[in-house]
Design a protein around this ligand. Structure first.
Ligand SMILES: *Cc1c(COP(=O)(O)O)cnc(C)c1O
Length: 393
């Protein structure tokens, strides 16, 4: 088989293409009807009061932090095992970043470690203003426990739900913000649905919704209720705060509008593929992500941990062998605190051992709706073969 298998990829069909072409021929390429339509569809899908589109999840996370008034002197906490954007959003607001390590089974934030860290932080008067909770690979973190802690310690919760569109916790869709202030999704092509580049923000707070709507558009408003001068003409607008251009275009939204109609299909397929891997692979030295029993994963990632890999050298060998065999495995993630930029802020090796150990032995394997059984069988065969070659089972 010559074909190569990425860890994830977009699934574009003819309907998607026709939708985009239609918008290309229409009056609006941006800020027309497609944006509003997508926001409305999205909020219905995830059961939130409000949904606001953004140019990416990264800009969405920045807007979320701004809306929650994160400032210099404040702390933002997240996990080291995520994409750098989960932490960078705090730095954009000049806040200080700290991390809570992951649990070795769920690969999500470790609730006990969070509890201990909060207890200690309270004594030192260094409690976080915001906790960014990542749903790793689409598997929901234990938001109910986190919400209880936030009631005690008064921090705000932003879900980095980049992986988790279509996931559920206790039958509530991720994005419903049942146990959080804001949820942010990514529409990058490797994620569950795509708009090429794009992000979505959901919340149930009218105040947050209004603030983000203004901030993503330069800080400008035409809302008569909040204008200082009572000028009724369309040419008049006011800049209320320093905002950004973090808008998503009609062109992007037309693709997303078509894609979101197939959300259930995408997530079902991903779950089926995960089951396939789990049923076919079986060894005590091979570990899959533990999904909480009251939750449903969107399976953005299918992660396999080889417990017999214990050095970066061996990891590289296995990694490159898979790629040579057209299985384009990847690592999600290199711990954020070990990035050169974060080391300069004072972080170092050994601080978050679970995330570091995770990065030493975990691989993301191909999972995307178009994968056929014959292709999955090919991948499984390769996993067995390469595992044998490197004594991993
Ligand atoms: C993809 C991703 C992001 C960034 O998404 P963009 O839309 O590319 O900005 C942020 N956090 C996590 C966990 C991601 O996987």
């Amino acid at each position: 088989m010559k074909k190569s298998f990425p860890y994830s990829r977009q699934y574009i069909n003819n309907k998607d293409i026709q939708k985009v072409i239609k918008v290309l021929k229409s009056d609006y390429l941006t800020q027309g009807p497609e944006v509003k339509k997508f926001e409305s569809k999205f909020k219905d899908k995830v059961n939130s009061k409000y949904a606001i589109s953004a140019s990416s999840a990264t800009s969405g996370l920045h807007l979320a932090c701004l809306a929650l008034k994160l400032n210099k002197g404040d702390f933002l906490w997240t996990v080291p095992n995520s994409f750098v954007a989960s932490a960078n959003c705090g730095l954009y607001c000049n806040a200080e970043i700290d991390f809570v390590d992951i649990d070795n089974e769920t690969f999500n934030i470790d609730i006990k470690l969070l509890k201990n860290k909060l207890y200690k932080a309270k004594k030192k008067k260094k409690l976080p203003k915001i906790l960014v909770v990542v749903h790793m690979g689409g598997s929901p973190a234990d938001l109910q426990s986190i919400k209880k802690l936030s009631n005690t310690y008064k921090f705000k919760i932003i879900e980095d739900a980049s992986h988790a569109l279509g996931a559920k916790l206790n039958n509530f869709p991720v994005g419903s913000c049942k146990w959080s202030d804001i949820a942010v999704f990514s529409l990058h092509p490797v994620k569950i649905i795509t708009s090429a580049e794009g992000g979505m923000i959901t919340t149930n707070s009218k105040e947050i919704f209004k603030k983000i709507s203004i901030l993503k558009n330069h800080g400008i408003t035409r809302d008569k209720k909040i204008l200082k001068k009572k000028i009724d003409d369309f040419w008049y607008y006011e800049q209320k705060m320093l905002g950004y251009n973090y808008r998503l275009s009609d062109l992007n939204c037309s693709l997303a509008n078509s894609q979101i109609d197939r959300l259930n299909f995408f997530v079902k397929k991903r779950n089926r593929i995960a089951k396939f891997y789990i049923n076919k692979l079986n060894s005590i030295n091979l570990k899959f992500q533990k999904i909480l029993s009251n939750s449903f994963s969107s399976y953005h990632l299918f992660i396999i941990q080889f417990n017999k890999i214990n050095s970066k050298k061996k990891y590289s060998k296995v990694f490159n062998e898979f790629r040579k065999n057209n299985i384009m495995v990847n690592l999600h993630y290199l711990p954020i605190h070990l990035q050169p930029y974060y080391r300069k802020l004072g972080f170092s090796t050994g601080q978050f051992k679970n995330s570091e150990s995770y990065a030493l032995r975990s691989f993301s394997f191909p999972i995307y709706p178009q994968l056929k059984n014959s292709e999955l069988n090919f991948i499984v065969k390769k996993i067995n073969k390469i595992s044998e070659k490197y004594d991993l089972l």
